[in-house]
Design a protein. Structure first.
Length: 612
């Protein structure tokens, strides 16, 4: 389930490592002086147990960022203990032939996350598609909103999620995914829920809906009535549908245990990113990265476990870590999104599924615990190649270094927890937990290069010039794709050729030094110097008040008589316009139509005569 703000969260070869580890792991002994900085990692996969890190750090500075509130967190209703024979079986496709015409209204069981109980509500069928039936309780959404939700799920989300993660269940035999839109949070409470999946619906329990069902909030998470923003609901559907597919594959098909929460959520956020990439090319889940960078509780810098889902604590930190881990896994395995289904298809439902994948594609001898430590190195070092970074993918360059803020001794670290500490004192490593490792980062160049300063780029430019650190590699990306790459000289000056870019597109220009450190990017918006094409005006007579035609989508069309403007209107997403005039025009008048784009470029005039 996706939920706003904090609240109750339920829910081939062996590849050579391209460069050595930052430094050797410090061995246990009677005492040791740990230089600054140091990564301290508990490599145990058991997040329920904590171990002593046996150290003391003083004088570390931690800069807290502004509070970031995520608008679409996920919840999964807690599943009661169920016997195997209570789980419904998938029905064969033959059953589809006998399915009757769907009813247009029915009652649904829902779960009240404020009062922790189940109740029924009425809902009306508002959309029928190839893969979904969409129901609504209340009248929060317009017919256009409901049609968009159903159409996007049918045409985009359903094929993306099934191709990536596997097939959904079909316990009711109709081959459809039901989507129920209602005000989940009831307009009250701190935790505003954007959506959820209830695994009990795939069981024979008395308050089960006995069907494939996703719950989507039509209340506060979409905004005020009459001003609904569907973007959050669309990513929520992609997220929750992965949960449904995951449950079907692990429990109903494989007959294994449910997947561990931190893994299930990491895959659900991968579904969000895959959908976002389809709609917005190359887009990452920036809010997850922002929360990693600036979580107000500092739980991430204080050692939040990757594998322990902290229902009673900072679950937003869990979401950020799980998201980043599964993106790191995808990048390191080099299999693209296909690696997600391999994790689901693995016979294990826990960390061993990850270990099987990394031993297949990265290193046959690496353990899951060691890979967790490598992940923490990647978050801190963020190199463009090798095991300790995200290979320069656009969006992940904004990850900040996080250091531990401590005034006294170390807390214990749960399995899967880690901190980066600085200014360490002498510690007794002999008393540390058996799974806790200390790795000194002092010998690694940690200084990132200066942000490049690029000159003006227009939609007619065929090169980008600017300055940055001397002898650095400059990379220019757009929409997650590398457009150009080259080195600066001793002066730090660079000029890199690029293909002409569309006006108002965004370039990220960043520099990488010899140690693989990548600095903050210079974000450059391409200036639009290209005027729109000449508008097309349809037949216009002295009996009409509206001038209609086509022009560049999103442009502003003006109708003029000499130097006087008679009216204007903005074109639709498909370029159609209708400009209403104050009065009818005389036959034989010579009028003109101009189109002006968002960058104030003006088209050539389209002249037309008023007919009788």
């Amino acid at each position: 389930m996706k939920k706003i703000n904090s609240g109750i969260i339920l829910l081939l070869t062996f590849l050579m490592i391209l460069f050595p580890a930052p430094s050797a792991v410090l061995a246990a002994g009677s005492a040791a002086t740990v230089s600054h900085p140091v990564l301290i990692s508990n490599e145990s996969p058991n997040g329920n147990l904590s171990e002593n890190v046996a150290g003391y750090i003083a004088g570390v500075q931690h800069v807290a960022g502004e509070k970031i509130v995520r608008g679409d967190l996920d919840q999964i209703r807690p599943q009661r203990k169920i016997n195997r024979n209570e789980i419904l079986k998938n029905k064969s496709d033959v059953a589809l032939k006998t399915v009757q015409k769907p009813i247009t209204s029915r009652k649904f069981w829902i779960y009240d996350f404020n009062n922790y109980n189940s109740r029924q509500i009425n809902a009306t069928l508002k959309y029928q598609g190839q893969h979904t039936n969409l129901w609504e309780n209340g009248n929060e959404l317009s017919a256009a909103d409901l049609d968009k939700l159903g159409t996007v799920f049918d045409q985009t989300i359903y094929p993306l999620d099934t191709q990536t993660f596997g097939s959904p269940s079909n316990v009711d035999g109709d081959g459809k995914i039901n989507i129920l839109c209602y005000d989940i949070s009831g307009g009250s409470g701190e935790a505003l829920t954007a959506g959820y999946f209830d695994p009990n619906d795939l069981t024979a329990m008395p308050d089960s809906n006995h069907s494939e069902l996703l719950y989507i909030d039509s209340g506060a998470s979409m905004g005020d009535a009459g001003h609904k923003d569907l973007s959050n609901a669309l990513t929520t559907m992609a997220h929750e549908f992965q949960h449904l597919i995951n449950y079907n594959q692990k429990v109903l098909v494989q007959k294994h245990q449910e997947m561990d929460t931190w893994m299930n959520e990491g895959l659900a956020m991968a579904a969000e990113q895959i959908y976002s990439e389809k709609i917005h090319s190359g887009q990452v889940l920036q809010d997850r990265i922002d929360y990693y960078n600036d979580d107000p509780s500092a739980s991430i810098s204080s050692g939040q476990s990757l594998v322990y889902w902290d229902y009673a604590g900072d679950d937003l930190a869990n979401y950020s870590l799980s998201y980043l881990f599964f993106q790191y896994l995808r990048i390191q395995c080099g299999q693209g999104n296909a690696v997600y289904k391999q994790v689901i298809d693995d016979p294990h439902s826990n960390y061993l599924a990850i270990q099987d994948v990394i031993q297949r594609y990265i290193n046959p001898k690496i353990t899951f615990g060691e890979f967790m430590t490598d992940f923490r190195f990647a978050l801190y070092l963020n190199k463009r190649s090798g095991l300790y970074g995200f290979h320069g993918e656009a969006g992940f360059q904004s990850i900040k270094k996080r250091v531990y803020n401590v005034k006294s001794g170390f807390p214990k670290l749960r399995g899967g927890g880690a901190i980066v500490a600085a200014n360490s004192a002498s510690v007794n490593l002999a008393t540390k937990g058996v799974d806790v490792t200390y790795t000194n980062l002092a010998s690694t160049d940690q200084t990132v290069p200066a942000r490049p300063l690029a000159g003006r780029v227009t939609d007619k430019s065929q090169a980008v010039s600017g300055t940055t650190e001397a002898n650095a590699t400059v990379i220019i990306t757009s929409g997650g794709k590398i457009l150009a790459e080259g080195r600066t000289g001793a002066s730090g000056w660079f000029t890199l050729p690029i293909k002409k870019q569309k006006g108002n597109s965004v370039l990220d220009i960043f520099a990488e030094d010899a140690a693989g450190n990548v600095g903050t990017s210079d974000v450059v918006r391409v200036a639009d110097l290209t005027p729109p094409a000449r508008p097309t005006v349809y037949h216009f007579s002295n009996r009409q008040l509206s001038v209609t035609g086509k022009a560049e989508p999103g442009s502003r069309v003006m109708i003029t008589l000499g130097k006087k403007t008679l009216g204007s209107a903005t074109t639709s997403s498909k370029g159609y316009f209708s400009v209403r005039l104050a009065k009818k025009q005389q036959a034989g008048e010579h009028l003109a139509a101009y189109a002006t784009d968002q960058s104030a470029n003006r088209s050539a005039a389209c002249y037309f005569i008023v007919t009788r």
